[in-house]
Structures are given as structure tokens and as C-alpha cells.
Design a protein. Structure first.
Lengths: 222, 907
């Protein structure tokens, strides 16, 4: 029994040391997207890649990545020129998720959380939700949160102020500690690449010869 | 599995037999074609396969189709479940003569057929659905439209902690891609690359840590670019099949043309399905052979059926009987309504054809005062339209308690049959005075008989044949699930009211008053002596106590003296033992069923009782006056490679205390199936022992003679089948050996007279089959089989057992040609029959299937069979009726020939 306990402890420690919990899977990648794990260098992110807690994702210009958390199918979409650290702590029931946005634009479609809130942090703000759909755009001037569904508690880390952002509303949190809310201008809502497929449009022309044999001419264009 | 079906025929018309060798087993989820042969000269009028789940009360029917040598019927794939099935084959001949398999008491002791899982396929639990794992579909979303280059198949097993990771299999469009998928830490992913446009399906199969199968996860998605065309919203497909056969069997021509088709339209949120069968066998003189039906399905919420459909409420009401009309099934999760309205039978005015509508009944001829006669012309050969209406309302509460109530009414429509048939021909013989014997129609005969000074009585109702009936069944079901859904308990109770003759319609309360006595005194059953004083000790019921006016209920049920029960409960028995008398009401039926699913054991304990007066006209297979106790267990062993089904069943008819000599049937059954694995042998062993006794200890007297009606017998049925796949060079082969026997034992043999005929037939069957698949895509099946029967009969007061032996050898082959566009098929077979007459049948069968276009195919199949009877050459009889005795043509003749053409178009 003693050896069994020792082996178990060793295995647990080994697992902790060797890597984080596997918490999400990448379902779509457009353009150049890299991930960094531990002290390693950046590697190209591909569809089907499994995200471990602590992984860093970086998107270049034109890049896009979509991933799904494996406990509740919460979706996270990362637009171009963004950098995020994805963290999650697995328990038997759920994964407690936290995203650190170091700049850029993300969309979170958060399903109802079984354990804690879904948290997105930037250098100046914290967005905390149970279940909702929102965009968060972070840059040097501050953060902008656009509510699409449900409600997000949007807090400024400097002043401690917080506001609730609901559907159709936007919030701004700046480095001077202020937070304010206003009605969303539809023009400011970022385009979701996964809603418009890969951006490549297709024109399909079906041709049929005298014997009834069919051929399809496909023209792809941007 | 190799279908292990034989075709045997014999030319002797002495034996009235049906030949069928059952297959060793069916395969779960796969259709099974059964083949049978009539061993008689004449073809049956109707050949029917009845099948059901083991222990069910009612059978589903499939008509056999003649295919030259044999009759074939296919059991649909959804009927082959882990529980196996029971089936009966009947060949019906003229004058209601019936040949059946099994031969003895077939509907009570049907043949049990086990079903084995398909290779590498999970099985569906006999006691309900498989356990479900909480697998989260990540990508693609079910029903999603996915870009061709963005496909990723992913699912999460984060919450599916019962799943054994190594058991997870992934199928894309039915192809196992498990070897290339990634399954790590509860995340399944697979990048299939670019897939062709169109719909694709995904299936994840898995097992738990005990090796038990878990409900597979299925979903589909579409690859393509979004096009807002109608074809994206509306999808349709269908099949059109026409079949033309011209056959001649023993001089009798049989030409059949059939068109079958189905058409399905899917508009995403709803689905319309239509089915059609038109056949030249359709006749106004019989129940319909044509089928047409349509069903409209809205998700899981609503099903509407129009035309021919097969509703199932419960075994005690309607359980798959065809109804032509409307059916509705609205399922709102916690409440479900099923409704049916239509016809079980249509009206038939002259069964069997023109000439079957009238019959002179000489026994009812009366002599008038003036000496003239009144002849009775009865209306015969008809069937009333039988209407059915019913509903079942079910609810399920908290996923634990299920309850339902049901009501079903079936009534014959007396107005549906023509009272007079002007063109119907009927024969008149010399017993009719003054009318020349011959065939006449009604008007001609009436004119002639009137001219002869006689009268004709042709009643407009109350005909001697079938009586119009009325039936109502009502009941409830309650059930519960407990112990983590492993144990289910169900209780069904139903009661019927049945009126055997509604010609006279409903009785009024005044009619009831005088039904049992002649006095209209406000009492039913009250009788008086000669002085008008009440006779004491007689049960009397005041008409004031009748709280239901029969006339008010006539739309629901016709109450008159022909109904049963007149009194639903035995009042005398009620006083002494009320609970027993309620349970044993003769017009009630109930069922208590306990099912458990524990540690690879599927256990069933069931008690079922159907009272002697219980009738459901919508379920003609229900056998009343029975009570049955069943206990069985199906065990899976050796990592689901071995299945053992073992059980005991007791059946008797001791419901009424008045039953003096009840018939007891004790059945012990055992079925063992051992599937060693892919490309490994399969073993099936079946054994069934049926003991019957009727508790009679003495002989009966009929007039001055004594008859022996005692029953104490045992029938042991055993079957063993081994299938061995192996490879010889590049040839894949399957060898199947099958042996079976039926042995009957009369336990009273030593106590009976030597002249007693124990009328049960012993039989032995054995067969070897070898199927081979060659690299050139040639497939062959070689078959050798032998059946031996010992048919008892009396000859000169002595019991003899006449042996019949049939030996059958056949070789079948098929070969794909022309780049798989053509499939050529052929069979040569020889049947040697050895009984009182020796004969041989040599048959050839050949044909081809040809794919004309991608969705259009045609096939042609011809067959000819020669009959050789050597003894005809020396018997000094003109056997072929050509006026010559013992000539060469008597020895060899064409027994049957035929050609079948089919054309199929899929769209």
C-alpha cells in the first residue's frame, strides 16, 4: 500500500509538472496563429489542436482562431493581432476558465457555467459572466466590451468600479479607472470570421452533357 | 451468417406438410428472409409468416411470396432484436385446411429464433434502451452546414466518465476511422480533410468499463456552401419497383404483376413518407392486397398516418394489426396521445369470387299448408366492414412513473354488405321441386320458383354465416422504474365487452326486463309460480338498479343478450373472495411484468392472465382463457461473446373454477450462442422441452364408445448450428453445419390401447453448407441437407409410422460482370424424395441483375423444375391423363416453371 501511495503521488506530481489540464480544442484556424506552451517557442496552431491550461495564443494580421472548451462547449474566438493566455482548472464537474487578454479582440460565447464564472482579464478590466455572448477589444487606451446576449459584469481593476453590460449595450473601461456604458453602434461590432466561413466565396456552376453526366465548375473568389 | 434455408418439395399428395428448416439464428438489426416449401401438389391459397417478440401476445404478419422453388418472406430488420423472435409459418389451403411450422400447436408454441449481434456492432438492450453517456458534441454542430475545408470532428467525454477510452470507435459515413482519430484525455478529434459536398454522418460507439455497450452518439452535418435554393430546404427521395412474374406450378398458372414504391419528402422540420403497393392479386372478393399509406412526421412531436398503417397500443388492444384510416401520435414528452380511426376489414360481398354470395339451405326448407315449399336462400360469402376507433393517453412523470389509459371500439358495419346481389350465381339441385337443376341468379331463381308454385325466403339480415360483432376494450397501464433504471415494473389491466351478434341492435331496459323471464315486472330474472307468486331463491335484479340506459350507450357499444359478459363479475364468488373474483373476472386481461438488468443479466418475471371471455377484435391472435407464468434470464458472458437465454414458462387455462380438465403446458427453453469473434466460429445451441398434460385420468365415453382424450406428452426440440469461417488461399469460405430434431414422447403409452394414435411427428434434420467468395468476385454456396420425418397413422387398427426422407443438394453461384454493372446468378438443385412414392426433382434457376443507370436497375430470373417418378412407368395407371398408360412422359414432366422480371428506379 505504501508503494501504491508513493506511486500515486509521483504520478500526480509528474502530471502537474509535465503540463496543464487539457481544457479546449481548436476547431478553426485562419491565417497565421501561433501557440506557446510553457517555456517553448511559438508553434503554428492547427485545427484539432488540444489546448492545455496556460497555453498562449497569438494571432497575426489576418489570423483567426476558434476554440471550444470541452466541459460545456463554451466558444472563444480570437481575432487578428491578439494575444491571450488560456487557463482552466479541471474538476470532476466543470472547468473554471480564465482568459488573460494581452491585447486584441476576442469573442466569448459562454454557456452556462457549472463552476464559477467565466472570467476575462485585461490589464485594466475584468469581465465576469455566468453565460453570455460578448466581444472584448483590448488595446493601450483601454477595453471595450460589446454585449450580444445575457449580462456581463465589467469591472475596472484600477478604480474597482463595475457596470453590467447587457445585450445591445457596450462598456468602456480605461486605464484612468473610468467605466461607462452606452448603446452599441452596430458598426462597431467586429465581424466574426467563423460566421462567414473562411472568407472565400464560391460560385458553383453545374454543367450537364447530352448523356446527362454532370460536372461542376467551381470558381473561388474573395 | 449464411442463410440456412432449404427448399424441399415432393410430388406425393398423401402428406399434408410444409417444409421449412429454420435458420440457426438471425442477426440483430438485419432483415431475415425465411424460406418454406409446400409439400403438396396444389399451392396454398395463402402463405403467411407470423412473428413476434418472445412471449408477446400477438403476431405481426408477412405474406410469403412465391419465388419458383420456394416461398419467401422477409422479417424486417427492426424486428430482429437481442431478444430474438418467435415465428410461425402457415400455408392455408382450401376448406380452411392449414399446414404449419411448427406442426403442433404453432401459435402457442412458436419456433424460437435467437438473434446474434452483427460483427463489431453494439446490441440494443432487450429491456429498453442502452445506457447513455454524456458525450458532448463539439464539432461540427448537428445539422450544421460546414465549409469543405473547415471540417473537424470533435467530441468531449469530459462528463462521460463511465466510458472505457479504449472502446471508443468513430465512424464517418459508416466507415470506421478509429485508427486515425485522436482520443486523448477525454477529447476525441479527427480531421477528415476535405469531404465531398452533401450530408455526412458521424457515429461514436463505446462501452463502459464492464464491457457493456453504451448508446452510440449519432449526428450528421452537411458539407457545402450555403445556397439558398429550394433544394436546401426541401429534400426528397424515393424508390419505384415493379415486378412481373409468370409461373406455372403443376399445371396451375400464377401470374402476378406488382408495383411498389415509396416517396419521402423532408423539409427539415417535417417529413412526409408515402408507401404504395399495387398488385394484380387485388380482388374485391377478398381483403385488400394493395397497400397505400402516408405518414407525416414533425420531429419527435407528431406523427400522422393516413391509409394503411399498423398502430400499436398494447398487446391486449391493438398490436400491429393493419388499419386503413387515420392514426395520430402526438408526443409532448410528459404526455402522449395515440389515436386511431379506420377499418380493420373492408366489406366483401362475395368471398372467393362471383358465385359465392348465395346458398340454398335445404335443411331450412319448410312446407306450407297448401303443400307448396318455401326454400331458404341464405346470403353467404360476405365480410362486414369492421371499423375501429381508439385512443391511448400516456404520461411519464419525473422519468420514474409511467401511466396510461386506453379505450378501443371495434364494430362491424351491418350496412356495409349488399343485401341483394343481382348477378350472383348459385347452384340449385334436384331437391328444389319444379326448377331444373343448374346455376341461377336471384331474379331468375325467384321467377322460376314462383312459377312452380313455391316461395323463396331470402332474408335481408340475420344471415347464417358471419355474425356482425361489437367490441369495446378499456384499460390502464401503470409502471415504474427504479434502482437507477435497472428495474422496471409494469402492470397492464384491460377489460372487454364483446357482442357476438348485433343484428338485433341495442336492447331497451324493457327488453332487458323480459330477457331472462317473460314478465315485464321491473325485475330481471324474477320468476313466478303458477299462482303468480314470486319464486324465492332466484337472483333478481331491479331495472331501477340499472344505472346505464343501453340506448344511450349504443354509439359506443351495443348492449343486448348476445354480449359477454352479461355480468362482469361472478357475484357468488365475490361474496366469498372479492379480490380473487375481481382479478379473475372472465372478461378481463392483465399482465404484471418485472424486468431487471443487472450485471450482464436481463431477467424477466411475468404473469399474464387473459380471461375466457376477454376479446379484442383488433388483436385476433390473442388467445383467451390462458394464464401464463414466465421466468427467464438472458446472460452475456465472456466479454459479450457468449449469450445464454434460459427460462421456464407455465401455461394453463385454470382461470375458472369450473374448469375440470385444464391443459397444462410447461416449457423449458435454453438457447446458447457463442460468438468467438470476427473470422472465428459461431456456435448456436437451442433446446426446448414442452410437457403437456390435461389432468385427465379416465377415458371418456361418446355414445357406446370410449375415447382416449388424455394428454401427457413431452416434445423435445433441439438444434445445433456451427458456422466456421476460414480462408483457403485467396478464397474466403464459410462452413455451416446444422442439426436438429423433434422427438415426441407419450408418457401414457403403456396405459393406452394399442389402437391409440399418438398424432405427433418426430423429425430429424441435418445440413452442411459451404459458401465461398473468390478473388474474382465469384460467390458460391453448396448445400447438402436431409430431413427425416416419422408420420404416425393407423392402418388396419395398427399404429404405423411412415418414414419420409428428403435429401436436397444444391449449388448456387453469382458473379459480378461488366465492371460490377451486372450480377449473374444461378442455382442447380436436386431433391430426392423417398416415401411411399420415390421421386426426384431437378431444378434450374438462373438470372441476372443489371444496373442500367446509376439509379435504374433491372433483373430477370427464370426457373424450371423437372419431376421424375420412376414408379409411374410400371404402375399401370395413366398418371398424366394423356390416354396412354406407363409411357415415358409420365415419368418425367415439368413440375413448375416461371419467369420473374423486376425493374427498380431510385430517385
Amino acid at each position: 500500500m505504501k508503494y501504491f501511495k508513493s506511486a500515486t503521488i509521483f504520478l500526480i506530481l509528474f502530471t502537474i509538472l509535465m503540463g496543464g489540464d487539457r481544457i479546449a480544442i481548436v476547431t478553426k484556424v485562419i491565417g497565421k496563429v501561433q501557440y506557446i506552451r510553457g517555456n517553448g517557442s511559438g508553434q503554428s496552431l492547427k485545427k484539432g489542436h488540444i489546448i492545455e491550461s496556460g497555453d498562449i495564443l497569438k494571432t497575426d494580421k489576418g489570423g483567426f482562431a476558434a476554440l471550444l472548451f470541452i466541459d460545456d462547449k463554451t466558444a472563444l474566438k480570437v481575432k487578428e493581432n491578439s494575444e491571450i493566455i488560456i487557463e482552466g482548472k479541471r474538476s470532476a464537474q466543470a472547468i473554471a476558465k480564465e482568459i488573460n487578454l494581452n491585447g486584441g479582440t476576442i469573442r466569448a460565447q459562454v454557456n452556462k457555467q457549472k463552476k464559477g464564472d467565466f472570467i476575462v482579464r485585461t490589464s485594466v478590466s475584468v469581465a465576469s459572466v455566468k453565460g453570455t455572448d460578448f466581444w472584448l477589444i483590448s488595446n493601450d487606451a483601454g477595453d471595450s466590451l460589446i454585449g450580444l446576449e445575457g449580462m456581463v459584469e465589467f469591472s475596472n481593476l484600477i478604480s474597482g468600479e463595475s457596470i453590467d453590460i447587457t445585450s445591445g449595450k457596450s462598456g468602456i473601461s480605461t486605464s484612468d479607472g473610468s467605466v461607462q456604458t452606452f448603446k452599441t453602434d452596430p458598426k462597431t461590432i467586429p465581424e466574426d470570421p467563423s460566421d462567414t466561413d473562411s472568407g472565400t466565396q464560391k460560385l458553383e456552376i453545374e454543367l450537364k452533357d447530352a448523356t446527362g453526366k454532370k460536372k461542376t465548375l467551381i470558381i473561388e473568389y474573395n | 451468417m449464411i442463410p440456412f434455408l432449404l427448399s424441399l418439395t415432393m410430388v406425393s399428395g398423401q402428406a399434408r406438410l410444409l417444409h421449412h428448416i429454420p435458420p440457426p439464428h438471425g442477426i440483430i438489426g438485419e432483415a431475415l428472409t425465411l424460406t418454406a416449401s409446400s409439400l403438396e401438389i396444389t399451392d396454398p391459397l395463402e402463405a403467411t409468416l407470423y412473428y413476434r417478440l418472445p412471449g408477446s401476445e400477438s403476431y405481426l404478419e408477412v405474406q410469403f411470396i412465391k419465388t419458383g422453388f420456394n416461398w419467401e418472406a422477409t422479417i424486417p430488420r427492426f424486428s430482429l432484436t437481442e431478444a430474438g423472435l418467435e415465428y410461425v409459418i402457415t400455408f392455408q389451403f382450401s376448406r380452411d385446411r392449414l399446414n404449419s411450422f411448427p406442426e403442433q400447436d404453432p401459435f402457442n408454441e412458436p419456433h424460437y429464433l435467437s438473434a446474434i449481434p452483427p460483427k463489431n456492432q453494439p446490441t440494443i438492450g432487450v429491456f429498453g434502451d442502452l445506457p447513455v453517456a454524456d458525450v458532448l458534441i463539439l464539432s461540427p454542430d448537428p445539422g450544421a452546414l460546414v465549409d469543405q475545408n473547415s471540417i473537424l470532428i470533435a467530441a468531449s467525454f469530459f462528463s462521460a466518465n463511465k466510458v472505457e477510452p479504449s472502446s471508443v470507435q468513430l465512424f464517418l459515413d459508416g466507415v470506421d476511422v478509429s485508427s486515425v482519430m485522436i482520443f486523448e484525455d477525454g477529447i476525441l478529434s479527427y480531421d477528415p480533410g476535405s469531404l465531398p459536398n452533401g450530408m455526412h454522418s458521424i457515429e461514436i460507439k463505446m462501452q463502459d468499463y464492464d464491457g457493456e455497450y453504451i448508446e452510440p452518439v449519432n449526428w450528421s452535418f452537411t458539407v457545402g456552401t450555403e445556397r439558398k435554393s429550394l433544394s436546401d430546404i426541401v429534400r426528397y427521395n424515393g424508390r419505384w419497383n415493379s415486378r412481373l412474374s409468370a409461373e406455372n406450378v403443376s399445371g396451375t398458372s400464377l401470374n402476378i404483376a406488382e408495383v411498389m414504391g415509396n416517396f419521402n419528402v423532408d423539409v427539415q422540420w417535417a417529413n412526409l413518407k408515402t408507401d404504395l403497393r399495387l398488385t394484380s392479386r387485388e380482388s374485391p372478393h377478398a381483403q385488400p392486397h394493395n397497400r397505400f399509406g402516408a405518414s407525416f412526421v414533425m420531429g419527435d412531436i407528431l406523427d400522422i398516418h393516413l391509409g394503411d398503417h399498423y398502430p400499436r397500443f398494447s398487446p391486449f388492444t391493438i398490436d400491429g394489426k393493419r388499419v386503413r384510416g387515420m392514426g395520430l401520435d402526438a408526443n409532448l414528452k410528459w404526455v402522449r396521445l395515440q389515436y386511431v380511426s379506420g377499418d380493420l376489414n373492408r366489406a366483401v360481398h362475395e368471398r372467393g369470387g362471383v358465385g359465392g354470395g348465395y346458398q340454398l339451405i335445404h335443411g331450412l326448407t319448410s312446407t306450407n299448408l297448401n303443400g307448396s315449399k318455401t326454400y331458404y336462400l341464405d346470403r353467404t360469402g360476405f365480410m362486414f366492414k369492421r371499423k375501429v376507433r381508439g385512443f391511448k393517453l400516456s404520461t411519464e412523470l419525473f422519468s420514474r412513473i409511467k401511466a396510461s389509459v386506453n379505450l378501443m371500439s371495434v364494430r362491424d358495419d351491418t350496412s356495409s354488405v349488399n343485401r341483394t346481389l343481382n348477378n350472383a350465381i348459385f347452384p340449385s339441385d334436384s331437391l328444389v321441386l319444379g326448377v331444373t337443376p343448374g346455376n341461377y341468379n336471384y331474379d331468375e331463381f325467384n321467377t322460376l320458383i314462383t312459377a312452380a308454385g313455391h316461395k323463396l325466403d331470402a332474408p335481408k339480415s340475420h344471415w347464417a354465416g358471419q355474425k356482425p360483432q361489437d367490441n369495446i376494450v378499456f384499460g390502464f397501464n401503470i409502471g415504474t422504474i427504479f434502482d437507477n433504471r435497472k428495474l422496471t415494473l409494469d402492470f397492464d389491466w384491460n377489460m372487454s365487452l364483446h357482442n357476438r351478434d348485433i343484428w338485433d341492435g341495442v336492447m331497451s331496459i324493457a327488453d332487458l326486463d323480459t330477457a331472462l323471464d317473460d314478465s315485464l315486472d321491473g325485475y330481471i330474472g324474477l320468476q313466478y309460480d303458477e299462482d303468480g307468486n314470486e319464486i324465492t331463491g332466484v337472483t333478481k335484479i331491479s331495472t331501477d338498479q340499472i344505472f346505464i340506459d343501453p340506448e344511450r350507450l349504443k354509439d359506443l357499444f351495443i348492449i343486448n343478450t348476445n354480449m359477454s359478459p352479461l355480468v362482469p363479475i361472478d357475484l357468488n364468488a365475490y361474496e366469498s373472495s372479492p379480490i380473487s373474483s375481481i382479478i379473475n373476472m372472465p372478461s378481463s386481461a392483465f399482465n404484471i411484468k418485472l424486468r431487471g438488468n443487472y450485471s450482464r443479466n436481463s431477467i424477466l418475471v411475468e404473469y399474464r392472465q387473459i380471461g375466457p371471455e376477454y376479446v379484442s377484435l383488433a388483436n385476433p391472435f390473442l388467445r383467451n382463457n390462458t394464464r401464463q407464468f414466465t421466468i427467464s434470464d438472458r446472460v452475456t458472458l465472456l466479454d459479450r461473446k457468449m449469450f445464454l437465454n434460459i427460462g421456464f414458462k407455465h401455461l394453463d387455462n385454470k382461470i375458472l373454477r369450473t374448469t375440470v380438465t385444464p391443459l397444462n403446458t410447461n416449457t423449458f427453453f435454453m438457447n446458447l450462442t457463442f460468438l468467438m469473434g470476427p473470422d472465428m466460429p459461431t456456435f448456436v445451441v437451442n433446446y426446448q422441452s414442452i410437457g403437456k398434460n390435461n389432468e385427465k385420468t379416465r377415458l371418456d365415453s361418446v355414445g357406446s364408445q370410449t375415447v382416449d382424450l388424455r394428454e401427457d406428452s413431452k416434445a423435445a426440440t433441439s438444434m445445433m448450428a456451427v458456422t466456421m469461417p476460414f480462408t483457403s488461399g485467396d478464397i474466403k469460405q464459410n462452413l455451416t453445419i446444422n442439426m436438429g430434431s423433434v422427438a415426441n414422447l407419450d408418457n401414457l403409452k403403456n396405459k393406452r390401447s394399442v389402437t391409440y394414435l399418438f398424432p405427433k411427428t418426430d423429425s430429424k434434420t441435418s445440413s452442411i453448407s459451404l459458401s465461398s467468395t473468390f478473388p474474382s468476385q465469384l460467390k458460391t454456396v453448396a448445400l447438402i441437407s436431409q430431413t427425416k420425418l416419422q408420420i404416425p397413422s393407423m392402418s388396419g387398427g395398427t399404429l404405423i409410422k411412415t418414414p419420409y426422407t428428403w435429401t436436397h443438394v444444391s449449388l448456387s453461384a453469382n458473379q459480378k460482370l461488366l465492371q460490377d454493372k451486372m450480377l449473374a446468378r444461378g442455382t442447380i438443385s436436386l431433391l430426392n424424395s423417398k416415401s411411399q412414392i420415390k421421386s426426384q426433382l431437378l431444378g434450374f434457376r438462373a438470372g441476372t441483375d443489371y444496373r442500367i443507370q446509376e439509379n435504374l436497375s433491372a433483373s430477370i430470373m427464370g426457373q424450371i423444375r423437372f419431376n421424375y417418378v420412376s414408379s409411374y412407368k410400371k404402375d399401370k395407371v395413366d398418371n398424366d391423363g394423356d390416354g396412354k398408360i406407363d409411357n415415358a412422359s409420365e415419368v418425367l414432366d415439368i413440375n413448375s416453371s416461371g419467369i420473374i422480371l423486376t425493374l427498380q428506379y431510385n430517385f
